[in-house]
Design a protein around this ligand. Structure first.
Ligand SMILES: [Cu+2]
Length: 560
């Protein structure tokens, strides 16, 4: 599937299908559309106009080329504060490392925030400020082909630039990692994170203008867990029973090297999406984890550039292993949601509880689509009993709580402004995507979204493309109001809004606070958001990193 010559025709087919559906005014099902997203992401073939490939394509590893479940799942080291007088400060350096994605493959150069492929885990308390000195110790040459035609990516600036955004952090603008605030190897920045926010699974990653699709792909991302007393009181599984788990896909050559594709046009190497056959978990293909037959908490992050993962747990195909989702992007849900599978978009997080007690002495797999991508080796029943001390039994529950954290729904009447934001792609005559825009406006054009500090607004994303876009707003948390199929042809042609079905409320596992929302094609997705926290310049964008890099990103400014 590596280079899919049918990808473009499939996209055209889907587009025609959508037009056909509209001709008969038949609304496309939300779940059907989601199911389409399970397909490997198409990689555009070389444009017919392109003369020579920009880089030679080496033989690419197939997932069947390696022995599964021979590498133990790596777990991230804890970030240790540099000093404890005053505000704790971490010093985290970006660097080039060499790491193996599988036992039987040679190491590949990668970039990391740590000494291994796995960046340090930042753990902090809600309301306790944290400072991080982010040091750029990267080399001056990039690992992957840069597209100098993308915004803010010209040949007049250094090839290697970096900055850091704490995704999901309620952070003052100066420390938010604005795409223009990049800095070069040999320099560093100190960012201050007040962390005035609920317990949640956050992550940190590169956000340098036009480059973060390549910087994150190279490895510049890590997880951050914010904890608070509400979470403490639930006595959820902790320490070795709480597993940070980052899932993402890569193209790996047969000799173990990370590879990022290009369009075939040396002047415009950008590709509109990325899909790789190697599914990595915490840096390894097909890792295994030895677990006890008890309750575990899994802090899951989709760290992929473009790929949506449809995940489940199973002992075998006929026996899905149930689990509960207890939290999303911005913290705990009101109550645990029993699940059999989870569709997770790039940058989304899911806080899961899974009970292995019914699978003692057997294996449970994490399944992505139809493939087993990770193995949980469950110990025999006796092991759990002997390893659990009485202190832990007292302190920690081994059952799923019935309620978690109240999430008061924001009434629509609280909103004083409604903003409509269109999502569009512009294609050339060959059907290749050239640019992807929000409100048909480029990144560098003047700010048009200027909410007042403290104001509540409704933002409605009108998706006029054939892809689901995971839209992310910096600074804030929001609630999903609904999604509704509309006549996108009428919208495009006459700017009239005609709905084709009733509004669909968010899924049960989307009923908590969010900072990423899946916006499916031919639907209008509405969120309600209070612009709390800080005044200043921020941004919102699609978190498909290839889209973001080619202008599916806009500033907003919170006015004091
Ligand atoms: Cu997008």
């Amino acid at each position: 599937m590596t280079f899919d010559p049918f990808a473009r025709s499939r996209r055209r087919f889907l587009r025609q299908l959508s037009q056909l559906a509209l001709a008969f005014a038949a609304p496309r099902g939300w779940r059907d559309l989601r199911a389409q997203m399970q397909m490997p992401m198409p990689i555009p073939p070389a444009s017919p106009s392109a003369a020579q490939p920009a880089q030679a394509i080496p033989p690419i590893l197939r997932s069947t080329d390696v022995t599964p479940f021979v590498d133990a799942l790596p777990l991230p080291p804890r970030g240790v504060p540099l000093h404890r007088h005053g505000t704790p400060r971490l010093r985290i350096a970006m660097r080039e490392i060499h790491a193996k994605v599988h036992r039987d493959l040679p190491p590949s150069p990668m970039w990391s925030y740590g000494e291994t492929a796995l960046a340090p885990l930042i753990e902090a308390r809600s309301g306790d400020p944290l400072e991080v000195e982010w040091v750029n110790n990267l080399p001056t040459h990039h690992l992957f082909p840069i597209d100098h035609s993308l915004h803010g990516c010209g040949r007049d600036i250094p090839d290697v630039r970096a900055n850091v955004h704490l995704h999901g952090g309620r952070t003052p603008s100066a420390s938010d990692g604005h795409p223009d605030d990049w800095y070069i190897p040999g320099t560093s920045r100190v960012c201050t994170y007040p962390l005035q926010q609920d317990a949640a699974t956050l992550w940190y990653h590169d956000h340098a203008m036009g480059l973060n699709r390549l910087n994150i792909y190279a490895g510049l991302f890590g997880m951050a867990l914010i904890r608070d007393s509400v979470e403490d009181a639930l006595k959820l599984p902790s320490d070795r029973y709480e597993i940070p788990l980052m899932i993402y896909d890569r193209m790996v050559t047969k000799d173990g090297q990370l590879f990022y594709p290009d369009s075939g046009d040396p002047e415009h190497p950008w590709v509109s999406e990325f899909g790789g056959e190697a599914i990595l978990l915490n840096g390894k293909m097909f890792p295994f984890l030895e677990v006890e037959p008890r309750l575990y908490r899994i802090r899951l992050l989709n760290a992929a550039n473009s790929r949506f993962f449809n995940l489940s747990f199973a002992e075998d195909a006929a026996h899905p292993h149930p689990f509960h989702q207890i939290g999303g992007d911005q913290g705990l849900l009101p109550a645990p949601v029993p699940m059999k599978q989870l569709l997770i978009a790039p940058a989304e997080r899911a806080d899961l509880l899974i009970d292995f007690s019914s699978a003692a002495s057997r294996n449970v797999h994490l399944v992505s689509g139809l493939a087993n991508v990770m193995q949980f080796r469950v110990a025999s029943a006796g092991v759990a009993h002997s390893s659990r001390g009485s202190m832990r039994d007292e302190w920690e529950t081994n059952t799923v709580p019935t309620t978690l954290r109240p999430v008061v729904r924001t009434p629509e009447s609280a909103a004083t402004v409604t903003r409509t934001i269109t999502i569009t792609e512009l294609d050339n005559q060959h059907g290749d995507t050239m640019v992807m825009l929000l409100n048909k406006t480029h990144w560098h054009e003047p700010v048009t979204e200027t909410p007042k500090l403290g104001a509540t607004e409704i933002w409605e994303f009108v998706n006029l493309t054939e892809d689901t876009h995971p839209m992310h707003l910096h600074l804030v948390r929001f609630q999903i109001l609904d999604r509704r199929v509309f006549d996108d042809y009428a919208f495009r042609m006459t700017n009239t809004r005609r709905y084709l079905n009733e509004a669909t409320p968010p899924e049960p596992h989307e009923l908590g606070w969010k900072d990423v929302v899946q916006c499916p094609p031919t639907q209008i997705t509405r969120i309600i958001v209070k612009f709390d926290g800080y005044a200043g310049r921020y941004l919102y964008h699609c978190h498909i990193l290839e889209h973001e890099a080619n202008d599916m990103m806009r500033p907003f400014e919170v006015l004091a």
